[in-house]
Design a protein around this ligand. Structure first.
Ligand SMILES: [Mg+2]
Length: 263
């Protein structure tokens, strides 16, 4: 699994030869380090500056594809001209796009019910956060003692079981999070395909991500001949063919990308 910066000369030639490049990033763990509470994950000044520069270059379409709710993501990033995909791509806006998955809103009332049950059931767990993002729910347990982890998982599974058994909802997992999502055949991969289809000039797609729900996105961009970059220590169980160690190295890459036209 090559480190992206070790093969940068050949990668940058490939990017330089594409007339347009679609640069997509996951947010938490990719553009920002993972922190104890989701509301304090903010972009560094350098990353904000690089993304703003890239968004202003004709060559690039820049976007963020996150499990966060769209309004939360837009407020945190707040860079004009970007594409924002929230709730794992169920809602997308910016750069001329205004999309919500047609079936997603019909799950809202059920998600409210499930979130209430989760809050009741998990109320005694220290540090737990049940975040109903309108179209999906995330239960965060990063601030919860490790000894509670399996209890939290079983509680989410048990609470969602009637909805999972009936085919209404599904459960996905990430770094210290368990999520309850509508059982739709839609995730970051389909969202990335949609964003790419909506771009003119069939851009060369690149996607950076650090977690399980990013894997579909890796497959989609690589199937289209593009570049997928896993953020974290090199590992076997990712489909991404390239790797960067940390959000700090993502920032270095952003810096290099801003110089691409002069390369
Ligand atoms: Mg992430």
């Amino acid at each position: 699994m090559p480190h992206l910066l070790n093969v940068w000369p050949s990668v940058s030639r490939r990017l330089a030869s594409a007339s347009r490049v679609l640069l997509l990033f996951d947010y938490d763990g990719t553009l920002t380090p993972i922190v104890a509470r989701p509301e304090i994950a903010t972009l560094s000044e350098e990353t904000r500056r690089s993304l703003t520069t890239l968004a202003g270059m004709d060559k690039f379409v820049v976007g963020v594809v996150s499990g966060r709710g769209l309004s939360d993501l837009e407020a945190l990033v707040a860079i004009p001209g970007l594409v924002y995909a929230g709730n794992h791509g169920l809602e997308i806006s910016g750069a001329g796009m205004d999309f919500i998955h047609q079936d997603a809103p019909s799950f809202e009332a059920t998600l409210v019910e499930i979130a209430k049950s989760l809050e009741r059931g998990l109320g005694g767990v220290p540090g737990i956060l049940v975040d109903n993002k309108r179209l999906t729910i995330t239960v965060h347990f990063r601030s919860t003692p490790d000894s509670y982890a399996s209890q939290v998982d079983s509680m989410v599974v048990a609470t969602a079981a009637p909805y999972v058994d009936s085919g209404t909802m599904r459960i996905t997992r990430g770094k210290k999070v368990v999520e309850v999502r509508p059982n739709l055949d839609w995730g970051k991969g389909q969202a990335i395909e949609k964003i790419r289809e909506d771009c003119r000039d069939n851009p060369y797609p690149v996607f950076f991500g650090d977690d399980q729900t990013d894997e579909d996105g890796f497959t989609v961009v690589q199937d289209a001949g593009g570049l997928a970059v896993f953020i974290g220590p090199p590992r076997q169980n990712t489909k991404a063919l390239h790797q960067l160690e940390s959000p700090a190295e993502v920032q270095q890459t952003l810096e290099l990308l801003t110089c691409l036209d002069q390369a």
